[in-house]
Design a protein around this ligand. Sequence first.
Ligand code: C2O
Ligand code: CU
Length: 472
Amino acid sequence: MSERLRLSRRSFLSASGASLAATALPKLVTAQESERRLVAAPGMASLVGDDHLKTAVWSYDGSVPGPLLRYRQGDRLKIRFDNRLPQETTVHWHGIRLPNAMDGVPHVTQAPVAPGESFLYEFDLPDAGSFWYHPHARSNEQVARGLSGTLIVEEDSPPPVDRELIWVLDDWRLDKSAALIEDFGNVMDLTHAGRIGNSVTLNGRTPEFLPVKAGERIRLRLINVANARIFGLVFEDHRPLVIALDGQPVTPYEAEEGRIVLGPAMRADILLDLTNTPGSRHRVIDDFYRGAAYKLLDIAYEDPADDGLAGSNVDALAANPLAEPDLKRAESHTIELGGGMMGSMAGGMMGGRMMAMRALVESGKAWALNGQVADGHEMPVLLTLAQGHSYRVTLVNETRFHHPMHLHGHAFRVLSRNGMTVSGRPWRDTVLVDPQERVEIAFVADNPGRWMFHCHILEHQEGGMMGLLEVA
Ligand code: C2O
Ligand code: CU
């Protein structure tokens, strides 16, 4: 297929030919440090290569993506967060099942952290897996400016691999001088597919190739931190094996048509066996959007590895301690996803008032859950759930757009799509709901508190597509 595929550029600015080896993630943090600091502040980043100007960003600890936080399962995370941004912010620990007060949702779980102030985040890490952190205040602007980072919780017995790599995938809207275009929340992005940019980065850079050794097995942790871009990664001439989704182990399987689809906030852990010949090059392509495929980078084979692990047995990762929903006794609910252009939503309830679509758009809103439009973090309680009970929730997408729907504080099983059982009923914290699709999820409401449920296309979230599930 792909020789004939017309590829557009990954960045509209040409990149400099760097290899990914030069772009390892910064600073390793281990749990042995009892308390660490994390500072959000304006800074500069070289996103599109050293022959272009640097980009003014907001970042954690001065790096894009932020520092890699790495712990062992069962460790306690203790982070003193300092806000040196010109705006109030919070840190949300995406996918972590933590106490509600540590969830980082402004006005719901904590007061926003004002400029110059700090906040102590401290909680246990019950699940192993690939997670991430990002602000939850004006996320559409703050994440687009560069605030996000990886949080890895290691298994007790990780699978044997030759190397582990993390690919943080991000998407930027840059101008000709590599400066961020600051049109956050414009009506076009708000009412359509969100802020899709023009330059894709991998670990904050634009590497041309990943050097590998023939015969290696690599564990690749893929994390989509983009505001709105959905990735559909194809590893040409390779057969990636999925071992975890959103940090939660799955029975290892080969991705359908070899394509790994990641909506915003979603993660996949894959094993990549490098079984091609030394000297060969193979493309990794993102062809999610029709007619807009591009090459992310090449996998460049160097000399063979001594005793590489490619082709050896694969065992499933040990499951995390998640409560199994009782599907027979579960109470069923429906949440309708509505709004956006070309949809059928005529209006929605905001702040107790019915508003027509046109009036909503004029106040920067365009999306609703069950007809309710969130106004900032003033959110409707969509469902009140009894602690310890099982729930099945059908998400009905009545819009023309994709929505990666995320639930805080819990993981859920994805049961079915349009009535068809999803094989393995994987656990996730974010599920990509296609246009006009119905997706049924199930979980045990075992974590007390008020938990956000929202679209992770950040313009949709800001545009009203968020609400609360209250567990009491
Ligand atoms: Cu990744 Cu409500 O967040
Ligand atoms: Cu959405």
